[in-house]
Design a binder for this molecule. Structure first.
Ligand code: SF4
Length: 294
């Protein structure tokens, strides 16, 4: 059952917005000339006035919006309806959120300009991103020659299916970055964990020129003058460090809260949902029915 709300506008929020006044030529400047008296809106006033459009607040039923809307989006006689719609299958597009399991601030995110998340890095690489596809550092617009990717190398964190996915994503971005900058050096920090190593091996052909550093990150510090980043990590008990011009923090995919709520309402197994495949048998309403994927 779905609820369809009427499109006739009644529930306007109360948006007080004063009418803007048109500027006029001062009286003393009107003498002995035929200059236009009405000067129109300033840009600021024009924008404010335009924003008043349809802020009728309490609908009077004047029908002006109906007359003006060529798309037939307003139907005066329409009422709210509850509709029963019969479907053969349902597709639930879950969407995904990206989260950083340890707070990213711990690695300087938000404090150090050249520490970005993999999602932000994806925007930097994108042709329609903030730098038009040019791989440059946020701090000074310099092209980095050395980048470190951090795949949540805490001892016990990030060792999960999501962690492996974040590693694959990091590898993918690392390879895109290498295609953009000749001689770019990339280090991949990841936990010394069999699942991660297996994933790394699976991507063997793709990770040419990317050096993997196994062990937990202990600190990331900024160099005051250059804004480069010193990454310290623990390799078999030895503390090592290296300097990078940028650091990219890998994030993990996670189901959004509203999808978890929806899963509860529909009695859907969240594990199925995470895989993006939901059997209709999971729905109470369809128990015993034909096995389908939705
Ligand atoms: S333009 Fe008239 S009919 Fe349309 S919402 Fe405003 S007051 Fe109501």
């Amino acid at each position: 059952m779905v609820e369809e709300k009427k499109r006739y506008i009644l529930e306007f929020p109360d948006i007080p917005a004063e009418r803007q006044s048109v500027q006029e030529l001062p009286v003393e400047e009107r003498v002995d000339n035929f200059n236009e008296v009405s000067l129109g809106f300033t840009e600021d006033a024009a924008v404010k006035e335009a924003k008043r459009c349809l802020s009728c607040r309490r609908c009077l039923g004047c029908g002006l919006c109906l007359a003006e809307c060529d798309e037939d989006a307003i139907v005066f006689e329409q009422a709210d309806e509850k509709l029963d719609i019969c479907v053969d299958s349902m597709i639930i597009t879950t969407g995904i959120e990206r989260v950083c399991p340890p707070p990213p601030e711990r690695f300087g995110y938000g404090r150090y300009a050249n520490v970005v998340t993999d999602i932000e890095f994806e925007r930097i690489l994108s042709d329609n991103g903030p730098y038009g596809g040019l791989l440059i550092r946020p701090f000074d617009g310099e092209i980095p020659k050395k980048i470190g990717f951090v795949c949540w190398a805490d001892n016990n964190e990030g060792i999960s299916e999501s962690g492996i996915e974040s590693l694959s994503y990091a590898i993918h971005e690392a390879m895109l970055a290498k295609r953009k900058v000749d001689g770019l050096e990339i280090s991949l920090f990841l936990p010394d964990n069999n699942d991660y190593i297996k994933e790394l091996k699976r991507n063997d052909g793709k990770v040419l020129g990317v050096s993997a550093k196994k062990g937990g990150i202990t600190a990331i510090k900024e160099v005051q003058e250059s804004k480069n980043l010193i990454v310290q990590w623990d390799e078999n008990g030895d503390v090592r460090e290296d300097e990078f011009e940028m650091v990219v923090l890998a994030t993990m995919p996670e189901l959004p809260t509203y999808i978890i709520e929806l899963a509860k309402k529909l009695n859907i197994n969240l594990e199925d949902m995470k895989k993006g495949i939901i059997s209709l048998e999971a729905f109470d309403i369809n128990k015993g029915g034909r096995r389908n994927h939705a």
